[in-house]
Design a protein around this ligand. Structure first.
Ligand SMILES: [Zn+2]
Length: 306
């Protein structure tokens, strides 16, 4: 092989890999594995999710599941992943519609669900439960000049936007993962996005710094199960799409977890002893126990009012 040919092949290979990189990594600094994991997948009709939410492989992680709802008036997105992912979200949306993004709904305050809000600018209406606006205002990402990216619309218990097939119902049923978690229901499609109130099949992450409560989460989930009708498909924060019966099971899991933790505490067990003795993975098939100890600690602290 001549030197020129080798050089030519190298240049061609380089150009190919650069083209591949340009197609896969629109923004600098993003992990290629994470960009590859953000796929847009149809949930039903005019509703999609952008994936990449799994927390097991941090290198492929871009933040919580983003829902993309295409209405006559424009595109509504639910959650915006980590900071730096706005262009990828927009690229994925552009692969299914040319309509403008008009509305952002954030299920809750965390940076892996609100991180790219600012990318979409101040002309987009952003809606959250009122407690979440208060916790977002305490985040560095929304301080100073960036306060202009704080949500523009809030609600307390229930809010409906749009009409007919484009209607979206937002519900707040109380404390759980934080003190401002929204259930986002697309009634015409019988689908709901509930963020990190159902993040995975494991013990919940109870963010007590942002008002989360392991004592109240079973009741909050129960209120949602009773108060929300005609949903069969559930989008959670960091897992594949689930069914209503999975949410019913997660509510029972949380009820059993709380009862077991309260019993362990009453028996005088330390957090370590409680974690060693509480195992719900036999009763709940497919559940993991990676987050049990942290949840037990949070519930102990909550009971002790720490
Ligand atoms: Zn969260």
């Amino acid at each position: 092989m001549t030197r020129g040919l080798v050089l030519g092949l190298l240049i061609a290979a380089g150009a190919l890999s650069m083209a591949g990189a340009a197609a896969q990594a629109p923004a600098a600094g993003l992990s290629p594995a994470a960009v590859a994991a953000t796929k847009i997948e149809k949930v039903r009709d005019n509703l999609y999710i952008i994936t990449g939410s799994g927390t097991a492989n941090r290198d492929a992680f871009s933040g919580g599941n983003t829902a993309v709802f295409i209405t006559d008036a424009g595109v509504v997105i639910v959650d915006t992943k980590l900071a730096g992912w706005g262009q990828v979200i927009l690229d994925r949306v552009r692969s299914v519609t040319s309509k403008p993004i008009t509305t952002i709904i954030n299920t809750h305050t965390h940076g892996d669900h609100t991180g790219s809000n600012a990318f979409f600018g101040t002309s987009v209406e952003t809606i959250v439960q009122e407690n979440t606006k208060a916790t977002m205002a305490r985040m560095d990402a929304f301080k100073g000049d960036n306060a202009k990216f704080l949500p523009t619309k809030t609600y307390k218990d229930k809010l409906s936007i749009g009409a007919g097939k484009d209607q979206i119902d937002l519900y707040y049923f109380g404390r759980g993962h934080t003190d401002g978690d929204t259930f986002v229901v697309f009634p015409a499609l019988r689908v709901m996005h509930m963020g990190d109130l159902f993040p995975w099949k494991d013990a919940p992450f109870l963010d007590r710094n942002n008002g989360g409560s392991g004592v109240e989460i079973p009741e909050t989930l129960d209120k949602a199960l009773k108060g929300i009708k005609n949903v069969d498909t559930v989008i959670g924060g960091h897992q594949p799409v689930q069914q209503w019966k999975d949410l019913q099971e997660y509510q029972r899991f949380n009820t059993d977890l709380l009862a077991a933790v309260e019993a362990a505490k009453k028996a005088g067990k330390s957090v370590d002893d409680a974690a060693a003795s509480i195992n719900l993975t036999t009763k709940y098939a497919g559940y993991e126990a990676a987050r049990t100890k942290a949840a037990i600690q949070a519930i102990y602290d909550e009971i002790d009012k720490k």
